[in-house]
Design a protein around this ligand. Sequence first.
Ligand SMILES: *[C@@H]1O[C@H](CO)[C@@H](O)[C@H](O)[C@H]1NC(C)=O
Ligand SMILES: *[C@@H]1O[C@H](CO)[C@@H](O)[C@H](O)[C@H]1NC(C)=O
Ligand SMILES: *[C@@H]1O[C@H](CO)[C@@H](O)[C@H](O)[C@H]1NC(C)=O
Length: 397
Amino acid sequence: MAKLGNEKITWILSVVFCFFLSSVLAMASTCDGGFAKELEVEKILKKLNKPAVKSIKSPDGDMIDCVHILKQPAFDNPALKNHKIQMRPTFHPKTTNFSKSNPIAQTWHQSGSCPEGTVPIRRTTKDDILKEDSIQQFSVRRSLYSTNGHEYAVADLSGDRYYGAHASINIWKPPVQEYNEFSLSQIWILNRDDPNNVESIEAGWQISRQIYGDDNPRLFTFWTNDSYQTRCYNLNCQPGFVQVDNKVAVRSSLEPSIYGGSQNELSILIRKDPETGNWWMQVGDTSVGYWPGSLYNRMSESASNVQWGGEIINLRSNGQHTTTGMGSGYFPEEVYGKASFFKELSIVDANDNLVSPKNFGIIVTNPYCYNITAYDYSNDSGVYFYYGGPGRNPNCP
Ligand SMILES: *[C@@H]1O[C@H](CO)[C@@H](O)[C@H](O)[C@H]1NC(C)=O
Ligand SMILES: *[C@@H]1O[C@H](CO)[C@@H](O)[C@H](O)[C@H]1NC(C)=O
Ligand SMILES: *[C@@H]1O[C@H](CO)[C@@H](O)[C@H](O)[C@H]1NC(C)=O
């Protein structure tokens, strides 16, 4: 009879103990390697979730932690070790003829507010991390034109230098079919001067069960400084967005528009601070935070492209096109109240003026699935377009 070694006994004990724990706690982990995973998850959570001055339970189930501004995750990024926080932009955005935007309504505002000197951060849960292989989930692989499942309907501007961009987007909650598909609508500010090191700043609204755990549209930010090798959504992973405002939380849910009813808009202005080189994000009238210029190479000077539009992932489950919707989930022909739009498109030029683009290209992966229809100055919405679609339909099988 083989004698059991000590390790073996420990292993048996821990497996038995694990089964015991699993049944008591109904943990989803398997007992083989489950503990290692649990420990890993705890470690990640401890790193991501900073001590809160105050916590707010949102009606949508999120926990919002009010974290001291200097303790936010961005300062975990070694590249920001000696970064001096900038509390407000040095520029006063010049007056524009944009329609007055309402303060952004986020679901958690119904339950409280964060004190001065703190920033609201949606707490990352064990669930966020445990679901499937989601330890990898904060690094969704994406690249702009080699589509591998990514589909687009965007307006594309290039051929000049850009120092910022603006648009108001209406917010929707289109269906997203698969757990690891997403639907987003955003502004891209890109530097493609070196095609092997594309740098980007991206912000808008996004629906992703994989990233956020539910189907709500959420305000999100994203950045990369090396063609999507180093990249990060929101405030996690390689954090590259410094938040300063105590009211607007990135990664927190937004109220969608109603088909044929009230329209909720997200007004985003991203603009390089001419003095500090940081790229600020203004939502409505609020300066929420910035992407530090020091994380970028060429982008710290200016951008070479600006894009506005929608992106989805189509995994073609069961060999069919996904039913994940882009924009409102309806085609542009349905226009105001039913289709999603970007309006008051504008860019910041080299003279620091906010101007409407004269013309732009259109990139559509498949117009029978998702399309875009551009308009210009024909009304007070400035330059605008409708975009989106339902995905699978008889012309998009
Ligand atoms: C990208 O940013 C990271 C910091 O998050 C930095 O370590 C890295 O060197 C940067 N890459 C490039 C190509 O600048
Ligand atoms: C403001 O309106 C004028 C026309 O009335 C237009 O020329 C200009 O481009 C607009 N500016 C923006 C930023 O939309
Ligand atoms: C896509 O939109 C363009 C511009 O409005 C239009 O000419 C074209 O017919 C549309 N394509 C489809 C397949 O609906």
